[in-house]
Design a protein around this ligand. Structure first.
Ligand code: NAP
Length: 268
């Protein structure tokens, strides 16, 4: 487990003071932790996904910590729904500075067994959904005011991983979008980066993969926390990263570059 003494208190508390941050899929898992972390550092929050119930639950939890959270529902695959949510955020807060494209679908399936619809659905949510939300936020706000976008990717997007071809294909597309948007929009003061989490403890994605592989592919020594991922996002949207754009950061304790995974004895 990668841990710090108190990883939620690494940054200055008013880092994002007065800014508004929109996290898609912010009602659960890593997205909720990203929202909480940006909120704890001064941002006013907006979260959206399909299920109102989990969004409301998350908003109540965040509000009980003194954070401000606007909630609306949309399917990121539907541009009109996304545009409505973005207009709602702007009407509510009057600004929008940070977008985190975190919404994604995932289920383990081999290339041979996944249905046409299953493949299309993951590409639709992860890649086209990321495009839809980014485009809507760009048109409604960022093109005239600048801002920061972070796209949540996966470290295996550039590798071959069994049971994840659909996700890898979609996330590779997301990484391409990250780089192209960063280049096109740099002159407008918009920074676009990616964060590629490794295995993150206590998440749906890892639980599903564990169930499908009998634990064979997960539960290794390098498992991060949702806070580790949120901290990387916070750094990227802060002014500390003001000259960083078009990068996809693996936040995985070096797991994705450990090709042979040879067990090493602990020091001492
Ligand atoms: P999660 O809890 O399943 O979160 C996914 C979120 O996306 C949910 O809040 C879901 O809400 C939303 N969503 C799904 N389909 C949507 C749609 N069509 N429209 C709008 N929202 C939609 O997963 P997680 O494990 O926290 O993953 C978060 C991100 O990290 C994802 O981008 C994932 O690919 C990435 N990641 C995770 C891991 C890991 O170890 N868990 C590793 C690598 C990358 P609704 O159901 O309400 O729509």
């Amino acid at each position: 487990m990668v841990t710090a003494p108190d990883a939620s208190r690494v940054f200055q508390e008013d880092l994002l003071k007065e800014q508004v941050a929109f996290v898609t899929g912010g009602g659960t898992g890593i997205g909720k932790e990203i929202a909480r972390t940006l909120g704890r550092h001064g941002a006013r929050l907006a979260i959206a996904s399909r299920k109102r119930e989990s969004l409301e639950l998350a908003a109540r939890e965040l509000e009980s910590e003194g954070l401000e959270c606007f909630v609306d529902t949309c399917d990121v695959r539907e541009p009109e729904e996304v545009e409505r949510v973005v207009a709602g955020i702007l009407a509510h807060y009057g600004r929008l500075d940070v977008l985190v494209n975190n919404a994604a679908g995932n289920f383990p399936a081999s290339v041979r067994n996944i249905s046409y619809n299953g493949f299309k659905s993951i590409v639709g949510i992860d890649l086209i959904g990321t495009y839809n939300v980014t485009k809507a936020v760009f048109e409604a706000r960022l093109k005239d005011h600048g801002g920061k976008v972070v796209n949540i990717s996966a470290p295996f997007s550039g590798m071959g991983v069994a049971l994840q071809a659909h996700v890898a294909a979609a996330k590779m597309g997301v990484d391409a979008l990250t780089r192209s948007c960063a280049v096109e929009w740099a002159p407008l003061g918009i920074r676009v980066n990616g964060v590629a989490p490794g295995q993150v403890a206590d998440t749906e994605g890892v639980a599903r993969f564990e169930a499908a592989t009998g634990g064979a592919a997960t539960g290794g020594p390098i498992v991060g926390t949702k806070q580790d991922i949120a901290n990387a996002v916070l750094f990227l949207v802060s002014d500390a990263a003001r000259f960083v754009s078009g990068q996809v950061f693996s936040v995985d304790g070096a797991a994705s570059i450990d090709m042979l995974k040879i067990p090493v004895e602990p020091p001492g």
